[in-house]
Design a protein around this ligand. Structure first.
Ligand code: FEO
Length: 172
């Protein structure tokens, strides 16, 4: 495997692993702060980020490279509000999108079309995730501090899937 591409893929693996941990931290915060629906949604989303990581790991290893796990930061554990949680998620997903796009750019530079083709799934996934989190954040902004509105949003999140970990489902 092209060493430059391999190294960039390993960095992306680290980012997906951190994403999973970040959403786990957020799920924990939601669970202990009276948002069970959001907690359930985020626990599931943490699992989906893990699937994103695993897909990358298997790809690297199957293509003759080797995954090198890196240190990951401890995510924040305190969030001011549900609005804060989802604002941070949206920002984080925008950062991941940029990272995937840069990674794709490296495959083009290196003429590694196989990896570029593999990354198409992630490019589509990021469009779906950004759209999903924007929708949720817009709803939270709409209800503002209204407790009944927030209760309903939390309930709604309970029934939603957190993304397309496998690429099989749709976020709507
Ligand atoms: Fe792995 Fe939320 O993108």
């Amino acid at each position: 495997m092209n060493p430059k591409v391999e190294s960039a893929l390993n960095e992306q693996i680290q980012k997906e692993e951190y994403s999973s941990r970040l959403y786990l931290a957020m799920a924990i915060w939601c669970e202990v702060n009276g948002y069970p629906g959001s907690a359930s949604f985020l626990y599931q989303h943490a699992e989906e980020e893990r699937i994103h990581m695993m897909k990358l790991i298997h790809f690297v290893n199957d293509r003759g490279g080797e995954t090198k796990l890196m240190a990951i930061d401890v995510p924040p554990s305190d969030f001011g509000s549900l609005m804060d949680v989802f604002t941070q998620i949206k920002k984080h997903e925008e950062y991941i999108t940029e990272s995937i796009n840069n990674l794709y750019g490296i495959t083009v530079e290196e003429k590694d079309y196989t990896t570029g083709n593999f990354l198409q799934w992630y490019i589509t996934e990021q469009v779906e995730e950004e759209s999903l989190f924007k929708t949720i954040l817009d709803k939270i902004k709409l209800v503002g501090k209204d407790k009944a509105g927030m209760f309903h949003i939390d309930k709604e999140l309970d029934g939603m899937t957190g993304g397309t970990g496998t690429g099989a489902e749709s976020n709507g």
